[in-house]
Design a protein around this ligand. Structure first.
Ligand code: S3P
Length: 169
């Protein structure tokens, strides 16, 4: 199977974007890119350190700059940080060069997946279902606007999710 434009995976933290991107990229024999990992590599700093030293806005600018660079590169499967689709400018860039797929999961599923992790500044100090649910409600309109396709991940293996996506595209 040949990929003619990028596939962007968007959605809330812990919905499985990175895991699915890796597997999906194998189906198309293309690179998989994780925007968080890419930024950490470029900046030589953890996401938590970037937030702490320079603030969230700075991180968001780094995300937009990265998208602008990726737009010029060969088609790849790109796992986006959970806030990527929350800026209209980013939605425009993604739509201009790729298919955007939204992965979803319930707040309870997300909580179960991320509760022991400490590397997400947005959730540190707010690790509970209510906070996740509130933030998800705020972000869902953006994710909906950004995405061409929506795929649920609750009680579904990464392999099954990849199969669903390949069938749709
Ligand atoms: C964020 C999600 C994270 C990372 C950063 C901010 C967010 O990515 O980009 O911590 O605002 O939702 P993941 O969705 O890969 O956890």
């Amino acid at each position: 199977m040949e990929l003619h434009k990028h596939i962007f995976l968007v959605g809330f933290m812990g919905c499985g974007k990175s895991t699915v991107a890796k597997l999906l990229s194998e189906s198309y024999n293309v690179r998989h890119i994780d925007t968080d990992a890419e930024i950490v590599n470029e900046q030589k700093m953890s996401i938590a350190d970037i937030f702490e030293r320079y603030g969230e806005e700075h991180f968001r600018k780094l995300e937009t700059n990265l998208l602008l660079r990726l737009k010029e590169e060969a088609p790849a499967v790109i796992a986006c940080g959970g806030g990527m689709a929350v800026r209209d400018a980013n939605i425009d860039i993604m739509k201009s060069c790729g298919t955007v797929i939204m992965l979803t999961a319930t707040p309870e599923t997300i909580y179960k997946r991320v509760r022991h992790q400490t590397d997400r500044p947005i959730l540190n100090g707010h690790m509970n279902v209510e906070y996740i649910s509130d933030l998800m409600d705020k972000r869902t309109p953006y994710y909906n606007r950004a995405s061409d396709v929506k795929v649920t991940t609750d009680n579904t293996s990464p392999e099954e999710i990849v199969q669903k996506i390949v069938e749709i595209i």
